[in-house]
Design a protein. Sequence first.
Length: 130
Amino acid sequence: MKRVVAALIWREGTILICQRTRHQPMPLKWEFPGGKIEEGEQPRDALRRELDEELGIAAVIGNEVVRIQHKYPGGNSVELRFFDVREFAGELENRIFREIVWADPKTLPAYDFLEADLTLVRDLASGKIS
């Protein structure tokens, strides 16, 4: 099972979402920034590293919000751990995505998110998680 961390980065009531490029697996799908936990790496450290690599920010990683296990139709399984990020240093820079957007949580279901993120997307849109 692939272990992945992702950030719910908040700013003035909006949340940062990112669109994959055409060349990535599951092209043009929307997701929350983050990535794979490397061997021997702690989840928060992995997320800090990924956010620096993808967005050029030094994030303050908050509490774990939700943990999701998902099995894709092809048989690949993933464990996703989402962490709250309310504070970061540095200028946000799109280094790997097709597009990044600060979105109102209520609008999230309008974006074509990765299948593993859909329950979280609904919970954010309904205000169950904020």
